[in-house]
Write a protein that binds this ligand. Structure first.
Ligand code: DGY
Length: 325
C-alpha cells in the first residue's frame, strides 16, 4: 500500500506527478485557519510531511503517530524541535547546497542596495523628486575594496566571500565556531573574534543558522562596537538579532544602514519602525526565492522524502541520530 504524504506547499506539476506515483498525497494549499484544520485532520494518517514555513511543534506532531519523515523545503531547520523528532525517530531533512548561490546573491543585492542607497533613490525618482543633479546629500558609499565581515562561515558565508573577494576586491574577515584554513586560503580571508569583526568590517553580514546559541547574538553591546559607517546585512534569521536594539542603533546613527531579508516576526508588520527609516532596505525573506532555486529545493525535498519513506537514508538527513543502523 502507498504511504500517506501531507504536502503543505504546492509543488510544480512534474514533482506532484512524481509524488503521486509513489504516495497517497493530501495537499494543503494554504496555511490559513482552514488549512491548519485540514492538516490536523490528515496528520493521524501521515507517514511523511513536506513543506516549509510552518512551526511543527510537539502539539501538532503528537497527532501523527505513524510519522516517519519530514522533508523541509528550506535549509534552516529552526521550525523543528530536533530532539523531539530524534526521540520519536522521525527523520528530518533539509535542502542545503541548491540554494547557496542564490542566497549569497541576495546578500550581495542587499550590500549594493544599502551602500548605494538604491531603493531610497529609486523611490525619489519615482516620486518625481529628481529635479537637479544629485549632490553629496544623496551619495552612497563604495562597496569594492571595503572590508567584508561574515559571521557564520558555512556554505552561504563562503559564497558571499567568493563574491566579495573575486568580484569586488574586498578584504574578507570572518567569525565562526572555529577558523577555516581552506576558506582562508581560497579567499585570503582572516579569522576574527566577534568583537574584532564588528569593529573592523565595513559590511557585517549574518549568515548563521538560528539556534539556542545564536538567538539574540547581535544586541545593544554588539551594535555599539560597529562604526557609524558600518552597514549591517542579515540573510540568516531575524531572531539572531535584537530588532529593537537594531532600530535604536539605526535611529541614533550608530551604524549607517541595514539590509534585512529576515525579521523577528514575519511577515514584517507594516507599522514596524524599520519601515520608517530610509537607511533600511527590507525584503520579504527572498533569500532563495528564484524560480530555479525554489524548484531545485522542492525537487531535493521530494527526493529526500521518497528515499526516507522507502527505508533509504535520505541525502540531506539533519537528525542523523534518528537513523536506525
Ligand atoms: C531557508 O531555506 O532556510 C530559507 O531561509 C527559507 O526559509
Amino acid at each position: 500500500m502507498k504511504k500517506q504524504v501531507v504536502l503543505y506547499k504546492k509543488l510544480s506539476p512534474p514533482l506532484m506527478a512524481r509524488l503521486h506515483e509513489q504516495a497517497q498525497v493530501t495537499l494543503i494549499e494554504s496555511l490559513d485557519a482552514q488549512g491548519l484544520d485540514t492538516l490536523r485532520e490528515a496528520l493521524p494518517r501521515a507517514h511523511g510531511l513536506l513543506g516549509a514555513s510552518l512551526k511543527l511543534d510537539a502539539e501538532l506532531l503528537d497527532l501523527a503517530p505513524d510519522l516517519e519523515a519530514i522533508a523541509s523545503v528550506s535549509v534552516g531547520v529552526d521550525n523543528y524541535d530536533i530532539d523531539y523528532l530524534t526521540e520519536r525517530r522521525i527523520l528530518l531533512t533539509n535542502t542545503p547546497d541548491v540554494l547557496t548561490e542564490t542566497t549569497a546573491d541576495t546578500g550581495f543585492a542587499l550590500i549594493l542596495a544599502t551602500a548605494r542607497r538604491v531603493v531610497e533613490l529609486a523611490n525619489m525618482v519615482r516620486a518625481g523628486q529628481w529635479q537637479r543633479n544629485i549632490g553629496p546629500a544623496h551619495f552612497g558609499s563604495d562597496v569594492h575594496g571595503k572590508t567584508l565581515g561574515i559571521i557564520g562561515m558555512g556554505r552561504i558565508g563562503e559564497a558571499l566571500a567568493q563574491r566579495g573577494h573575486f568580484g569586488f576586491g574586498m578584504p574578507v574577515i570572518y567569525h565562526s565556531h572555529s577558523p577555516k584554513p581552506a576558506v582562508e586560503q581560497r579567499f585570503n580571508a582572516q579569522y576574527r573574534s566577534l568583537p574584532e569583526l564588528l569593529q573592523q568590517a565595513d559590511f557585517i553580514c549574518l549568515t548563521l543558522p538560528l539556534t539556542a546559541e545564536t538567538e539574540g547574538l547581535i544586541g545593544t553591546e554588539e551594535l555599539a562596537l560597529m562604526r557609524p559607517e558600518s552597514i549591517f546585512i542579515n540573510i540568516s534569521r531575524g531572531k539572531v538579532v535584537d530588532e529593537a536594539a537594531l532600530i535604536q542603533a539605526l535611529r541614533a546613527g550608530q551604524i549607517r544602514a541595514a539590509g534585512l531579508d529576515v525579521f523577528e516576526h514575519e511577515p514584517l508588520n507594516p507599522d514596524s519602525p524599520l519601515l520608517q527609516l530610509n537607511n533600511v532596505v527590507a525584503t520579504p525573506h527572498i533569500g532563495s526565492a528564484t524560480h530555479e532555486t525554489r524548484e531545485a529545493m522542492a525537487r531535493c525535498a521530494v527526493d529526500n522524502l521518497l528515499a526516507a519513506l522507502a527505508g533509504e537514508r535520505p541525502a540531506n538527513l539533519v537528525n542523523v541520530l534518528a537513523w536506525k543502523v
